[in-house]
Design a protein around this ligand. Sequence first.
Ligand code: 3HC
Ligand code: NAI
Length: 708
Amino acid sequence: MSDLVQLTKDNDIAIITVNNPPVNALSPGVPEGISEAIEQIDKDPTVKAAVLMGAGKTFVAGADIKEFGKITSGKTERGIAFVPLLKRIEDCSKPVVMAIHGTAFGGGLELAMAGHYRVAAPTAQVGQPEVKLGIIPGAAGTQRLPRLAGVAKAVEMCADGNPIKAKEALSLGIVDKLIDGDLLTGAVAFAREVAGKPARKTRERNEKLGTPEQNAAIFAAARDAARKKARGLMAPLAAIDAVEAATKLPFDQGVEAERKLFTECLFSDQSKAMIHVFFGEREVAKVPDVPKETPIIPVNSAAVIGAGTMGGGIAMVFANAGIPVLLREADQAALDRGLNTIRKNYDNSVKKGRFTQQYMDERMALIKPTLSYDGFESVDMVVEAVFEGMALKKQVFGDLDKICKKGAILASNTSTLSIDEIASATSRPGSVIGTHFFSPANVMRLLEIVRGKATSKEVIATCMQLSKKLGKVGVLVGNCRGFVGNRMFGPYRREAQFLVEEGAGIEAVDKAMYDFGMAMGPLAVGDLAGLDVGWRIRKEFKHLEKPGVRQPLAEDRLCEMGRYGQKTGAGWYKYDENRRAILDPVVEENIRKWAAEAGVKQHAILKEEIVDRLIYALVNEGARILAEGFALRAVDIDIIYLTGYGFPAHRGGPMWYADTVGLKKVYDRISEFHKQHGELWEPAPLLKRLAEEGKSFAGFIKEPSAAA
Ligand code: 3HC
Ligand code: NAI
């Protein structure tokens, strides 16, 4: 038998253990091992029933996702052929009890549903998360789940991909019994109870498949919701189609329908991109020169300085992770404002049913407002989020250097300033790091972790690990202006303005990007974040602009008109009392005038050009960042854009998208823009080189000697 599956016995009960760390995925060898075990169990007259469970921390967490890439690239002949195995388990002459702990996800739940019974630890979760990888269940999950849980729940689980807890699985009939205490002991006892009794095959259970009338309403509502919630994604709709097949076709034909839909999804660009994202989110946690064994500084208490837009959100992030946090402000009025905003945010979540009142009270109790530095001497980490200004930041870090204990992490939330210069205000630059949260900090998943020249490996390793505890995706970046995300966002926003000035409509620009899949168009984002933020930065860095190089006009002029965006009720758009954006003829008129004054000719611009100019502006800057070593890998840039900037997961991130288009094509298009629009479009040398060599960003690894 395969090393990955063991067959043992507890008297008359056979125990099949899947042992494929870390998550017992159904890698090659596992299905074969289970199949062999079932053959032996069938043949062995001393065995009355069987238990199947996972070794270590979980039941089977799904198919081996690494295999999918091998299948679509033709590197393996092997398809996903679990269906016959699952039928074989169901046809076993002895009852098979699936014992679930941890996560029975995807192929794991499909395996569990092929058992005659399922028992679970109360902490277990089950789910069909395949849509999050751009695919659908491929081993009859869409056929067996409605037979156990009913059509409505099966549609929801397969189309949304969110897991459910053991207790709900029990109430739905997915699980037959919860086992308190030792799972194996309980499962063996359960197996002994059911041994010798007739066992039902899930595939033959049709009583929950509903009536055509009931089902029609369920499927229509699910399709509506999927089109809204999962805009542009094919997998959720395919998952609904597959469950619908379960209600209309006999089991085997339903499985065949599922297989076709699964294969279409698997071979799509969407699924390749989403699988890239799955591994990417895990890859970014790995920093080549900061090994896994690097000591971690325990962070059991924290402090935040500044209770404004960011500081308040950051304090909530610590509190939500159960870490007590001091929140310091400069004066009482600002402190009261900050606390009120925090309370309002929590209140809203309670009203929406996301938190309980008790949860809110516990979190609020963890946030200790203060006007002084009292207590700072004992905290493990401080995050500074005061106004953006070097003199003020240096003063704050000078204070922290005097007050904080040795070894405390001193972090800045600055979005533009040099971490090295901030660190120079202290006697311990090794303890100083950037933790760049995104607004709203308690919601956005991205955390750019900015490494200064002197930042110690312990501090980096701690912040990377802490990001996970805080519910964030931490991505390590180098210390350049704007770091990675905002540095790329500059050219993107610039091109959005140029396009409008050249005659593309405001709505046309936003709609092109929305249709591409971005959460919002660039101009609407500007209004949301505040146009004045960029205006101030541009004024501060005016001296760095090259004379004679075209600069965007529109946003600065809008700011001069007092149109800062949503906060002033008007920016690119005007806003009604419900914050609905309305096109404002005054702005369109002014843009025509400003363009004429600046000698910019207006003309019709195709949607394709809008998308290319905006996305390739990101890509070209991303290529420079990569070559300069300010991002470790192309995938780090992708994850930054997916988790911080609303880039659609099914496009895989800007760098992955460029690889998908083909770097030669991207380079040629950027070269055209270079000719038409001048030096701002000079192709990044790395892009040129990779395009000429027929390579991709994904395969690019920077020489370590030159890394930032
Ligand atoms: N296949 C291959 N590798 C997997 C995997 C899988 N299904 N699930 C997790 N891994 C790997 C991760 O890449 C990671 O590798 P690394 O250490 O080298 O970076 C390692 O296992 C640990 O994973 P996490 O860091 O995510 O561990 P957590 O403990 O935080 O989470 C988990 C565990 C909840 C199981 C999470 O890993 C997860 O959600 N995995 C994906 C589950 C999934 O999507 N299953 C469906 C697969 S598709 C399928 O089954 C198709 C079927 O219908 C035919
Ligand atoms: P904000 O203006 O909303 O809040 C700053 C707060 O700091 C104010 O309440 C002010 O009273 C307080 N403050 C000033 N000096 C202080 C001192 N010495 N001690 C204690 N409190 C003091 O600013 P915001 O937007 O929260 O920005 C804070 C930092 O976060 C800046 O460095 C900014 O660049 C950065 N940032 C901002 C983002 C945003 O979207 N607003 C996004 C990411 C980073």
